[in-house]
Design a protein around this ligand. Structure first.
Ligand code: ANZ
Ligand code: ZN
Length: 846
């Protein structure tokens, strides 16, 4: 029947599949239940790579699996095609970003065609198409109406190389996420989305995702939102009318506050220093210059020397009237809380470091040596590791030890709070402040509003017109899309202002509201806007009248299974969650979370490290496909280990996968019974293996244990081979049954081979649409064997036991046998020998 030739099989099936249009979802009249399976869409920079092969391979396993389970599966594909890389590549090559982008999309499409994921191509989208980005503009206008989109002036993260602003999320350890340059601050007026209004919901709804999303991603989102609770406390300032608030998580330590610190780059610092001496003004000015060059990460780091300037001003502690010197220091950030803190050096490490550096007073107000009921006291050990007695406990002396006392304890030196535990003192101090109108409970978030405007060309134009008379005027919906001007003739190189500003014909318009000459906003949107809602656009990708149809959303969304890299654990997932909540509030959606279940695939490595051209260890997707074929590549990726784990390409064997596929395929050509053979007549041993796989594969697939399913398929293929060569032979019904089940399950991993097997077994395409076979329960019961029980050498009982019975279980069963009990009688058992599962020998005396 010829040899297994993957290239011939691919060439044979690709056009047939296209003709059959197998994977179009939501056909009229389809009454199957629905599933939405989505892999994160690719960015079109060059050809697909091994990372894509993995992510789309796993997504396709899920899509194909649910189809076999009888679902109408929506599995769409599109391109995340706006963004800086296209623009930078275009600048380097002197080409149009659009031409570069769409050429790459074509290349990736050709590769996808060969890789054959079961996509519904009728819903293909590109975010850089005006048909797509007009809906970004529409969404922007909806958010503008709601006050969720707004413009404000402020210090923004600035990448001096890309010459554009960055969202906080795009600054990694103080460096630009894209080019690695050190990020600086720049004062600019920019567009923002008010994500902070959604902070509580974004945090609280994470509880719903627990267990369905990787726990690492859930906790990264939690930390990113970073809610902390405490109090705002008002401090009067000498020589200033209004008091200033500080945010503290430890209002219980108010009696321990010995100075105040303001952020040097805050308005408050500028105002306070205006009332200080010239000498202080100069010193402060120099300090501010140095602080401006630092990243937030550096500023918050605990292990760097403390710096600061005394402002010669004083605050009044509201709880005891003490006079506190005010300092400016970089470890306090301008845009967190109120940009000012009460410093409690005895109980906060950074305050202690600062106090020790500048010789400021330290007062202990929580005795951390005093145990608190309900809290397990941490008893310090001496240098021999022996717990210390109370009288030997170290003195509460942060000044000499340099270690702040941050633990549990009881309040001291704190007037009415004395004797209270930390948590009770927090509660009581807030009450006291509230009674006097000097404070209130408060929450703070690490999360900042999402800065969405970019000074670059290749993105969605912001649909706002600036008019001298009317201010910001939204572009009327009927004028959407605001198309990008032609790139030809524009200088795209980064220069700190948007290149769109130079497109005179495009910029200069008349005001939609008053008709006077006006100008378009020249910024474009962060491309994370595009990917925040694309999962909804797939539902009506070709509808020119709306972004998406809420009725279709009701049918398909949220996404049942999302697949993608952990590099999106914060940004993309947080923004999608935010958009979903906004659309819920606007009444377009009935759910509040976009992705019900999330799978983060690992990375494909080479010799333990990340692959890259510069390291010379790049495994090219295209050449792997040429060498081994789609199916072998996909099986290799699935078989390499749990999908969450990294795969080292040096440790896997696509050649081995190809051999396995050839073995499976050969069997389909040897089957010598007809499709209407009576299954029940087949060899029971082979049938048991087949039916156990049918029974186990669903829960294995649903818990992403794809590698285990492949291993079990290998076992089944081996058993089938043995049944043909050494068992009942190729005409046995069980051999056909095993081959059919192999083809059906192999479709998850190796669609070409599976389809060809299916045809060789006498069926019409496509195996992809074959309903999952029901396992025969009778074949699932464990194999039984007969165990013989002897008492003093005489057979006394025969027990039917599982072939997998343990030694302990078998001994218990033997002792429980009535026949054995009779034989033993009053005698004493002196020895029991168990040979599971076949024999128990009991020796007695007496
Ligand atoms: C007094 C105090 C005493 C504090 C103590 C802590 C321990 P999280 O948990 O991150 O929210 N803080 C407030 N605003 C700040 C700012 N703009 N820049 C730097 N630090 C700031 O931290 C809240 C705590 O960080 C606040 O509670 C405040 O110090 C400080 F034993 O107030 B605390
Ligand atoms: Zn106007």
């Amino acid at each position: 029947a010829g040899a297994y030739d993957f290239a011939a099989i691919q060439d044979k099936w690709l056009p047939k599949w296209e003709e059959l249009d197998l994977f179009r979802a939501g056909r009229p009249g389809d009454t199957r239940p629905r599933k939405y399976v989505l892999s994160m869409f690719p960015y079109p920079s060059g050809d697909l790579h091994m990372g894509h092969a993995e992510a789309f391979g796993f997504g396709d396993i899920a899509a194909r699996y649910w189809r076999h389970q009888g679902f109408d599966v929506l599995h769409p594909i599109g391109w995340d095609s706006f963004g800086l890389p296209a623009e930078n590549a275009a600048i380097k090559r002197g080409a149009d970003p659009s031409a570069w982008t769409y050429a790459n999309i074509d290349q990736q499409k050709r590769s996808f065609r060969r890789y054959a994921p079961s996509f519904d191509w009728s819903r293909e989208l590109h975010t850089s198409d005006p048909e797509y980005y007009r809906w970004n503009q529409w969404l922007f206008l909806k958010m503008y109406e709601q006050g969720i989109a707004y413009r404000k002036a402020g210090l923004v993260n600035w990448c001096p190389v890309d010459q554009t602003v960055l969202a906080n999320e795009q600054v990694v350890d103080g460096h630009c996420e894209r080019c690695g340059a050190v990020v600086t601050k720049k004062a600019l007026t920019q567009w923002y989305f008010r994500v902070t209004d959604y902070a509580d919901r974004l945090l609280d709804d994470l509880n719903q995702l627990e267990g369905a999303w990787p726990s690492k991603v859930v906790s990264m989102q939690r930390n990113w939102i970073g809610r902390s609770t405490g109090a705002d406390v008002e401090f009067a300032i000498e020589g200033r009318d209004a008091p200033i608030p500080v945010f503290t998580t430890r209002p219980d330590t108010l009696y321990g506050a010995t100075f105040m610190v303001v952020a040097p780059d805050s308005e408050l610092a500028a105002e306070l220093v205006a009332g200080a001496s010239d000498e202080v003004k100069t010193r402060f000015g120099d300090y501010l210059d140095s602080v401006r060059a630092e990243s937030d990460i550096d500023r918050l780091s605990t292990d760097r020397p403390k710096t600061g300037v005394f402002l010669e001003r004083y605050a009044i502690n509201p709880i005891n009237g003490e006079r506190l010197p005010i300092w400016a220091a970089d470890y306090v950030l301008a845009d967190y809380g109120h940009g000012a803190i009460m410093a409690v050096p005895a109980h906060d490490q950074r305050d202690l470091d600062f106090a020790r550096a500048f010789d400021l007073p330290v007062r202990v107000v929580v005795d951390t040596n005093q145990p608190v009921t309900g809290v397990i006291p941490v008893i310090p050990l001496d240098e021999h590791g022996v717990p210390m007695l109370p009288e030997d406990l170290p003195a509460l002396d942060p000044v000499s030890t340099g270690i702040a006392l941050t633990g549990e304890g009881r309040l001291i030196n704190s007037g009415p709070l004395d004797g209270l535990s930390k948590s009770n003192a927090i509660r009581r101090s807030i009450e006291m402040l509230e009674e006097r109108g000097l404070g209130r409970p408060a929450k703070n978030y690490r999360l900042r509003d999402w800065l969405i405007s970019r000074q670059r060309y290749w993105g969605t134009p912001i649909p706002i017109i600036h008019c001298e008379h009317c201010g910001e005027v939204p572009v009327p919906e009927s004028d959407l899309p605001v198309r990008l001007p032609d790139a030809a003739g524009l200088d795209l190189s980064p220069k700190g202002k948007s290149p769109l500003g130079a497109a005179d014909d495009w910029v200069n318009v008349t005001c939609p509201s008053c008709g006077a000459p006006a100008t378009r906003d020249t910024d474009t949107m962060d491309t994370f806007v595009d990917s925040s809602w694309y999962y909804l656009r797939y539902l009506n990708a070709n509808d020119e009248t709306r972004a998406f149809d809420p009725k279709e959303a009701e049918k398909w969304a949220p996404v049942d299974q999302y697949v993608g890299g952990v590099e999106h654990a914060i940004l993309h997932l947080l923004y999608s969650r935010f958009f979903t909540k906004v659309l819920f509030d606007l009444g377009y959606l009935s759910f509040t979370e976009p992705f019900t279940s999330l799978l983060n695939q690992g990375m494909v490595l080479m010799d333990g490290s990340k692959m890259s051209k510069s390291k010379g260890n790049l495994v090219e997707f295209a050449s792997e496909l040429d060498a081994h074929g789609t199916d072998a590549l996909r099986v290799t990726l699935a078989f390499a280990g749990p999908p969450e784990d990294d795969i080292d390409w040096a440790d896997v064997s696509p050649v081995g996968s190809a051999k396995f596929l050839a073995r499976a395929w050969r069997i389909s050509g040897e089957v010598a019974s007809s499709p209407d053979v009576e299954w029940k007549t087949g060899d029971p041993a082979l049938r048991r293996i087949t039916h156990r796989l049918l029974a186990d594969a669903p829960h294995l697939a649903e818990s992403f244990k794809f590698n285990v399913i492949v291993a079990r398929l290998m076992e089944l293929v081996n058993a089938t081979r043995k049944a043909i060569d050494q068992g009942p032979g190729a005409g046995d019904a069980a051999v056909r049954e095993a081959a059919e089940v192999t083809a059906m399950i192999l479709d998850l991993f190796a669609p070409f081979t599976a389809e060809d097997m299916w045809e060789r077994l006498g069926y019409e395409p496509s195996v992809a649409l074959v309903p999952w076979r029901k396992p025969d329960r009778a074949l699932l019961v464990e194999e039984q064997v007969t165990a013989i029980v002897q008492v003093d050498g005489k057979v006394r009982d025969r027990l039917e036991v599982s072939a997998k019975v343990t030694v302990e279980e078998l001994e218990q069963l033997a002792r429980a046998s009535a026949a054995v009990a009779r034989a033993v009688g009053e005698r004493e058992i002196v020895n029991v020998i168990v040979r599971a599962p076949k024999l128990v020998n009991i020796a007695t005396r007496g």
